[in-house]
Design a binder for this molecule. Structure first.
Ligand SMILES: NC(=O)c1ccc[n+]([C@@H]2O[C@H](COP(=O)([O-])OP(=O)(O)OC[C@H]3O[C@@H](n4cnc5c(N)ncnc54)[C@H](OP(=O)(O)O)[C@@H]3O)[C@@H](O)[C@H]2O)c1
Length: 297
């Protein structure tokens, strides 16, 4: 049984990962209150004191738009901290599983991106996450897995597109949702299970960069429509009756986002030995669990 250190305890992925990792060994899950990733000395001390066999980093600065005005903080958390974690892992012989993003790509190609494809982040968040990947590769070349994912949502954690749509869909009559950005909505339940399986497979998974998302492709508009259809089928009363597709140009944001943000996950699913569930199926599973839990007294 491996001793596992999980960072990002309170995030949506961190909370989904904890039970999956507990099936592999004892887990110490830390939040920002116990280990602030902006502090390199604290990273080194925490890892040296615990001497884990596996470190899973699900913590990140994830505010994509705010990053444009806080580049130094985004770089410290997403760019520098993974390198400090990798150095600490090297000192104690641990493996580092580091979660990264589709936003390392520019989304201009119109075909699903392979792990080895050229990167080209469009904004500060993507740049900082790419810097983190490079720091991990450099400090721990033979004992890291970088798992890039995209469009993540789950029942736990601070918030995401699904929770936002459910809130707006119960309070507004009409909504406008971007149609010209596409990706693969990915449920934390499936992502956490895939990460745990990659760890369990041990040496059968060579060090390197992997992609994992749910299968299938959707625009934010398609995703919103599906959320409302599934929620309605599960009995959730909605106020929204009119959902309009709009172009990105009609919804300006501080950060530019990739237009076609689909990852090719074949290499990962070959190793896992099972296909990634389709996003619509996983959305249904998540919503039925989430709505059941939130309706409990
Ligand atoms: N969300 C997406 O759509 C998406 C897409 C692609 C990739 N990813 C990647 O997936 C991973 C998990 O993301 P998520 O969606 O689970 O994000 P999340 O829900 O925002 O959780 C991120 C966690 O990181 C913690 N954190 C932030 N700054 C920290 C610091 N200085 N020290 C320690 N902890 C800190 C946060 O702590 P607090 O709770 O204290 O704020 C939060 O619990 C990240 O690597 C992210 O880049 C996410």
């Amino acid at each position: 049984m491996s001793q596992i250190l999980l960072l990002g305890r309170d995030g949506q992925l961190g909370q989904a990962l904890k039970p999956q990792l507990e099936a592999l060994g004892p887990v110490t899950a830390l939040g920002r209150d116990q280990l602030d990733l902006v502090d390199p000395a604290a990273i080194a001390e925490t890892v040296a004191a615990m001497r884990p066999q596996v470190i899973v980093n699900a913590a990140a600065y994830t505010a994509v738009d705010r990053a444009e005005s806080e580049p130094d903080l985004a770089q410290k958390i997403n760019g520098d901290a993974p390198g400090h974690l990798a150095m600490a892992a090297a000192q104690c012989g641990a493996q580092l599983i580091h979660v990264s993003t589709d936003y390392v790509f520019d989304g201009q190609q119109g075909v699903p991106r392979q792990p080895q494809d050229a990167t080209g982040p469009l904004g500060i968040y993507g740049l900082s996450k790419l810097a983190g990947e490079l720091a991990v590769q450099q400090a721990l070349p033979n004992r890291h897995l970088i798992v890039r994912t995209a469009w993540v949502y789950g029942a736990a954690g601070p918030g995401n597109f699904v929770k936002t749509m459910l809130r707006l869909g119960q309070s507004r009559p009409e909504l406008r949702v971007v149609q010209d950005q596409v990706g693969s909505p990915t449920w934390t339940g499936d992502l956490a299970a895939a990460i745990a399986t990659l760890i369990k497979l041990g040496p059968a998974v060579p060090a390197g960069t992997y992609h994992y998302t749910n299968s299938g492709v959707a625009s934010w508009y398609d995703f919103a429509i599906a959320i409302f259809e599934e929620a309605k089928a599960l009995g959730l009363p909605l106020t929204v009756t009119d959902v309009q597709p709009i172009p990105t140009s009609a919804y300006p944001t501080p950060a530019r986002r990739p237009a076609y943000s689909v990852l090719n996950c074949q290499q990962t699913t070959d190793l896992l030995g099972y296909p990634a569930p389709h996003w619509r199926q996983s959305l249904r599973t998540m919503l039925s669990q989430y709505l059941q839990e939130s309706q409990q007294p």
